[in-house]
Design a protein around this ligand. Structure first.
Ligand SMILES: Nc1ncnc2c1ncn2[C@@H]1O[C@H](COP(=O)(O)OP(=O)(O)OP(=O)(O)O)[C@@H](O)[C@H]1O
Ligand SMILES: [Mg+2]
Length: 147
């Protein structure tokens, strides 16, 4: 599948939160956002912006120990962190497929851990560390977005 590519640079964590809000304005029910990037790239920071825009009941926090955080907002938000997954099928046991059909927004940190289960039409974010305060974010989306 060919995807549209966009490149954004942020120069502070706050700017990445703001970008997350702008991005969230374009989301539709059942969108899946795969968040690629090293430790401390800014995946959770970006997710905070998405949660703020959607008026989530709690601020996004790292779901590292729980694997999934659910937030209630204008749309439900399902925030996965697959860093600690040992086998990709663990996520299926947690009902992963059903989360894709709940008319919410699904955000996944460390999607490479469950690569076989990431749908081809996911919206990909690749967050790259430039320097302490700067990140380059490449977006690959199956549809056009105004970012
Ligand atoms: N431009 C920026 N955008 C986002 N985060 C930034 C930026 N500049 C500095 N930071 C810092 O980088 C860190 C990003 O942390 P965050 O928890 O969002 O990363 P993560 O990708 O979710 O990591 P992990 O894989 O451990 O879950 C924070 O400490 C944040 O303050
Ligand atoms: Mg994180």
């Amino acid at each position: 599948m060919t995807k549209k590519q966009y490149l954004i640079k942020t120069s502070s964590p706050e700017a990445t939160v703001e970008f997350g809000k702008r991005f969230a304005a374009q989301l539709k029910p059942n969108d899946l956002i795969a968040l690629y990037g090293d430790l401390a790239a800014g995946k959770t920071t970006f997710t905070k912006g998405v949660c703020e825009y959607l008026n989530a009941d709690q601020p996004a926090t790292s779901p590292t120990f729980t694997l999934i955080n659910e937030y209630t907002g204008d749309m439900p938000i399902f925030h996965f962190d697959c860093y600690r997954i040992k086998h990709p099928d663990e996520i299926i046991m947690l009902g992963f497929d059903e989360y894709l059909e709940k008319d919410g927004v699904v955000l996944i940190e460390w999607p490479e851990q469950i690569a076989a289960h990431i749908p081809e039409d996911s919206i990909e974010l690749h967050i790259n560390y430039v320097d302490e305060r700067t990140r380059e974010i490449e977006i690959r989306s199956p549809r056009s977005m105004e970012l």
